[in-house]
Design a protein around this ligand. Structure first.
Ligand SMILES: CCCCC/C=C\C/C=C\C/C=C\C/C=C\CCCC(=O)SCCNC(=O)CCNC(=O)[C@H](O)C(C)(C)COP(=O)(O)OP(=O)(O)OC[C@H]1O[C@@H](n2cnc3c(N)ncnc32)[C@H](O)[C@@H]1OP(=O)(O)O
Length: 160
């Protein structure tokens, strides 16, 4: 098990899922366990939909972040979420630790497919399949609307 560098994109990155100082974000950190990235997160009351239950869209956001970190931590690339399919098997209870696991099911230099599972108390609450587009520097700059900071460039696909 190895801790992944918690903020490879630096202190100014704004991510809801993983910026450690985000005012309302998830503040996720990840470890690598073999071919998986793993996070643990206890949802607070601010993430409720129905009383006592985490909002399904936020559960999906949590899974999206796990999937994104599978690409970062296992492929050393940054992927932009291109599609996702999730199944919510059971409620995610507020105040109970969630374990999230992500792994790469297949990938090329341009696309990565990621499987995610979320569980509480060993019982699966979500399973999902995500597709990420891995862009070259020019593509990432077009999508982001400006130049990539130097430290982010190594996460892009080499130009073809
Ligand atoms: C890369 C440098 C580093 C950038 C770092 C950025 C930020 C860092 C800072 C802080 C962040 C830290 C952590 C963040 C962690 C997680 C955040 C979660 C992730 C996100 O929240 S991210 C935002 C939401 N996300 C979007 O905002 C994308 C909107 N969308 C698009 O912008 C386009 O839709 C795009 C670009 C996805 C595709 O555009 P496109 O198709 O024009 O691109 P392109 O042609 O290059 O496709 C390339 C290959 O992907 C294949 N492909 C595409 N889509 C596919 C699919 N659905 N299924 C199967 N294959 C697919 C094509 O078929 C082709 O494959 P092939 O080449 O083999 O034909």
């Amino acid at each position: 098990m190895a801790d992944l560098e918690p903020n490879p994109f630096g202190p100014d990155q704004p991510c809801f899922g993983c910026n450690p100082d985000h005012p309302i974000g998830f503040h996720l950190r990840f470890v690598r366990e073999g071919d998986e990235v793993v996070t643990r997160f206890t949802p607070g009351e601010q993430y409720q939909g129905p009383p006592g239950i985490m909002h399904g869209g936020l559960v999906t956001t949590l899974a999206d972040e796990v999937a994104a970190w599978a690409v970062i931590g296992l492929l050393d690339r940054f992927g932009f979420t291109a599609s996702l399919q999730v199944r919510l098997h059971g409620p995610v209870r507020i105040g109970v630790e969630v374990e999230g696991r992500g792994s790469i099911t297949r990938h090329t230099s341009r696309v990565a497919h990621v499987a995610v599972r979320l569980a509480q108390g060993g019982v699966d609450t979500l399973s999902g399949e995500f597709v990420f587009a891995i862009l070259d520097q020019a593509g990432a700059e077009r999508l982001l609307g400006g130049p990539l900071p130097e430290a982010w460039r190594r996460f892009s696909r080499p130009p073809t």
